[in-house]
Design a protein around this ligand. Structure first.
Ligand SMILES: [Zn+2]
Length: 55
């Protein structure tokens, strides 16, 4: 397994739709923004965990 931390190809960001924290980045082809929910109780309690939607 190669460590890809620091890669310049990570242009997709996954953001918590409740608190707007950046959860992680994804290596995508072009800049993309995704919404998910972080693990904070106040956030995960409001939406189904693991659900990722694109805008
Ligand atoms: Zn959150």
């Amino acid at each position: 397994m190669s460590d890809r931390v620091g890669s310049n190809n990570e242009l997709g960001v996954v953001i918590c739709r409740v608190c707007n924290d950046v959860l992680y980045t994804l290596p995508t082809n072009g800049y993309k923004k995704f919404y998910s929910v972080c693990t904070k109780p106040e956030c995960s309690g409001q939406f189904k965990k693991g659900e990722v939607t694109s805008t």
